[in-house]
Design a protein around this ligand. Structure first.
Ligand SMILES: NC(=O)c1ccc[n+]([C@@H]2O[C@H](COP(=O)([O-])OP(=O)(O)OC[C@H]3O[C@@H](n4cnc5c(N)ncnc54)[C@H](OP(=O)(O)O)[C@@H]3O)[C@@H](O)[C@H]2O)c1
Length: 302
């Protein structure tokens, strides 16, 4: 029970193959040696059979005794045997096959590595395409983010907008008119009252969040999208939390880029141009009604 465990001799696979190979070579050489001895004895016997015992005394081919042909014939087979043992088996035997196979495998590995390097070079594009197509599969047809953001993506501070740009509000009204507008609870509370001629969908985690008649309250973005499914173009109108969650699902962004950076506490997520393609860009300079220059940009998911 407490005795030492007996050590078993361990021979690895490679060593075993070497031993087997050596044994095989010894057998081949032994057989060749026996063949040599038999050939010598046989040759002597054939000579004696003819010259001493007189067997086939009168059989000659081209004036040469038959045993000479027999000995040369046998010699030919012996040489063939020697060739097999020292040439064919040594250079074209199992070892040779293995070497060829190893060479072939090494060549294939090299080719695979080159191909891998090529694929890796192209991989960022492939990966990007995968991400884009993955995002595309989740896109909700017609779902549009509408937002006004500064150069630093600022969109609000203290639950208020940071600027007043009348032409931007007009654009917001004309684009969203008659549609569903999806918003976070905080954005909803930033309005003095619901906007006319639009169906408001407010997202809140609160169980009994009270809203005026006609306003729909849901507990998740998915439920908000579901509530707006009859609309060919539902708008997500903010704020920061909801934009962030809705961006991967949106098909379009209507962005008013205000050409100034602002101090803010709420931001729009960065527009990733590998995912989004700018399809329209209209510049509006500052004037007596607008304190800042801005551009109306439209992005569509690639
Ligand atoms: N510049 C623009 O175009 C623009 C547009 C809109 C808003 N804004 C500004 O953005 C700011 C407000 O944005 P915000 O990010 O603070 O708030 P928000 O996105 O408007 O609302 C956040 C609230 O939405 C609810 N909510 C968020 N994710 C939810 C989810 N997955 N499930 C259920 N409920 C969820 C929660 O409500 P509960 O706490 O009730 O659970 C949360 O507190 C304001 O300053 C506003 O003026 C700017």
């Amino acid at each position: 029970m407490f005795g030492k465990k007996k050590q078993q001799p361990q021979i690895d696979k490679e060593q075993l193959e070497l031993i087997e190979n050596a044994q095989r070579r010894i057998k081949q050489k032994k057989r060749l040696y026996i063949h040599f001895v038999v050939f010598l004895l046989g040759a002597v016997f054939l000579i004696l059979a003819n010259t001493v015992l007189g067997i086939g005394d009168n059989i000659q081919f081209f004036g040469i005794d038959w045993f000479v042909f027999a000995i040369f014939g046998w010699l030919f087979f012996f040489v063939y045997h020697v060739f097999n043992v020292f040439i064919t088996n040594k250079f074209m035997g199992k070892d040779w096959q293995k070497q060829q196979l190893a060479k072939l495998v090494a060549n294939q590995k090299e080719r695979i590595e080159k191909l891998q390097q090529k694929v890796e070079k192209e991989n960022p594009i492939a990966t990007q395409t995968e991400v884009i197509s993955e995002q595309k599969t989740n896109v909700v047809k017609g779902l549009t983010l509408i937002v006004a953001a500064g150069e630093n993506d600022a969109i609000g501070k203290d639950n208020k907008l940071i600027w007043h740009l009348s032409d931007d509000l007009k654009r917001f009204k004309s684009l969203t008119n008659g549609h569903h507008i999806i918003m976070g609870r905080k954005t909803f509370e930033s309005f003095p009252k619901p906007l006319p001629n639009r169906t408001h969908i407010v997202i809140s985690r609160q169980a009994n969040y009270k809203v005026p008649d006609g306003v729909i309250v849901v507990n998740s973005l998915e439920d908000a999208i579901d509530a707006a499914r009859s609309d060919v173009q539902a708008f997500v109108i903010g704020g920061g939390e909801i934009y962030k969650q809705a961006m991967p699902l949106a098909a379009k962004i209507e962005l008013t880029r205000v050409h100034q950076s602002f101090d803010a506490d709420t931001f729009f997520p960065q527009v990733d141009t590998s995912v989004w393609k700018e399809t329209s860009n209209t510049f509006h300079d500052k004037d007596e009604h607008h304190d800042y220059a801005f551009s109306f940009l439209t992005y569509e998911k690639k």
